[in-house]
Design a binder for this molecule. Structure first.
Ligand code: MG
Length: 388
């Protein structure tokens, strides 16, 4: 007897769970608004892309594009940055590293790209020679436009905005976390290019840089990208550009260079973050259309609920009209359903109640919507909910 009773309790508890607010389902968190096409905890929001990572620190993850891997093939990803390159002079492969040949000029990746996460490792020449900007100088130019300084600043002061990890001529690094010469330094860079629209800068572009795991640039605005001697001004960047490595007269060596392209920001058509009203409404309409298409394949209550779900992205008139007809019919039939099936109808009716209540609570349907009152009356009569 006890066993039967607890089984019944279990069944009741699982029924309760079925229609209680469920963060994994629809009709739960706040709906989309004028600047966010998705609701809070929205089950229709796409899952993050899967990226496989290595156990080796710094190794390229599965979606990375490798620009230099220590091989001849890796070297072939690069070309001279000179207008009239000397065919006899190019950077060399030295023990699996890419070594600058002073006088050969800078090199650039044949691949062009824009916003990215970039990983680069470099080591300064040894024995140590020169001082300030003359010691182990090279540079990493994102899109060929803005330099993250490469310089042997281990026990080697220089002007701060030309330090290793500076955005050259713009902003010094927040710390000097370089390793001594003979050891390798790791730069991890997050680069966002400036965005201009209708002749106006709508995003200055930013760089975040870690040197050997230490944050040295924290979302630093590019202010035009920097440069030598002069103060840079906001300027239009191309859509894409090559990665350039500088020849500054020192045989700095590089290894393990890879990048991951980044998705567009909201300001350039991305759909995550705080969007303009126009972009939000366009995305909401697209999501609603997809859900309506999905609903066509469904039947019965599932179809009705899916159509209701589409309404909080876009109040599509035809869908709204047919859903209203379906909901009214359902609410009218609910007392009979409850009478016939008793507590077995509880999950289904309460699910419908929650969906209708959600749409009314968030203003998609008017206060005092009759079918909501009808479903509520059934729930109260059956003592599934307490009367308020
Ligand atoms: Mg440099």
């Amino acid at each position: 007897m006890q066993a039967v009773k607890s089984l019944k309790t279990l069944a009741l508890l699982s029924l309760l769970a079925a229609f209680q607010a469920n963060a994994d389902g629809p009709f739960y968190g706040d709906p989309p608004d004028a600047n966010h096409p998705w609701g809070i905890h929205d089950p229709n929001r796409p899952q993050p892309a899967r990226v496989e990572v290595s156990d080796t620190p710094g190794a390229p993850p599965s979606d990375a594009i490798v620009l230099f891997d220590g091989t001849e093939k890796g070297l072939a990803n690069w070309e001279s940055d000179r207008q009239h390159p000397d065919p006899e002079k190019f950077w060399i492969l030295n023990d699996g590293t890419l070594q600058c040949v002073p006088g050969a000029g800078g090199i650039r990746s044949k691949q062009h790209f824009g916003d990215c996460q970039l990983h680069v490792e470099w080591t300064a020449p040894f024995p140590v020679k020169g001082s300030s900007q003359g010691r182990g100088n090279s540079g990493i130019f994102l899109m060929g436009m803005t330099e993250v300084q490469v310089l042997d600043n281990y026990n080697n002061p220089t002007y701060a905005d030309g330090f290793a990890g500076s955005i050259y001529g713009v902003n010094p690094p927040m710390a000097n976390s370089l390793r001594p010469p003979k050891q390798w330094n790791t730069y991890d860079i997050i680069f966002r290019r400036p965005v201009h629209k209708d002749g106006k800068e709508v995003d200055p572009g930013y760089m975040t840089v870690f040197i050997n795991g230490v944050l040295v640039q924290d979302h630093t605005p590019l202010e035009g990208g920097g440069g030598h001697h002069g103060r840079s001004k906001s300027k239009v960047f191309p859509e894409q550009g090559p990665l350039k490595l500088q020849d500054h007269g020192n045989n700095v060596r590089y290894r393990n260079i890879w990048y991951r392209p980044l998705p567009p920001r909201a300001v350039e058509g991305g759909t995550n973050g705080y969007l303009s009203e126009e972009a939000t409404m366009a995305k909401r309409a697209a999501i609603a259309a997809e859900i309506r298409e999905d609903a066509v394949k469904l039947k019965g209550n599932a179809k009705m609920l899916r159509m209701m779900e589409s309404l909080y992205y876009q109040k599509h008139q035809k869908t709204n009209d047919s859903v209203l007809t379906m909901v009214r019919a359902y609410a009218n039939a609910a007392p009979k359903l409850a009478a016939n099936k008793g507590d077995d109808a509880k999950g289904e009716i309460m699910q419908m109640h929650r969906a209708v209540q959600y749409l009314v609570r968030h203003g998609f349907w008017a206060e005092g919507f009759q079918p909501l009152a009808a479903l509520e009356a059934v729930a109260i009569e059956k003592e599934w909910v307490k009367k308020k």
